[in-house]
Design a protein around this ligand. Sequence first.
Ligand SMILES: [Zn+2]
Length: 64
Amino acid sequence: MNWRMRAVVTCEGCGFRQEVARDIPEPTSFHLICHRCEQSLMVTVTQADIRTAQAMLRPRAPIS
Ligand SMILES: [Zn+2]
């Protein structure tokens, strides 16, 4: 299965909210560089996060 999970990460340093979309097949953690202050942020994705993301990927009518 190949799909993209979207997560919103709030920077601890400057409070900047940034959205990331990447392939996350299983619980993991990764580093993200804040686009505003360039601080390194630790992002943790749990099984619950993945389940929530998958639930939002149910087929729906294309937006026209
Ligand atoms: Zn920042």
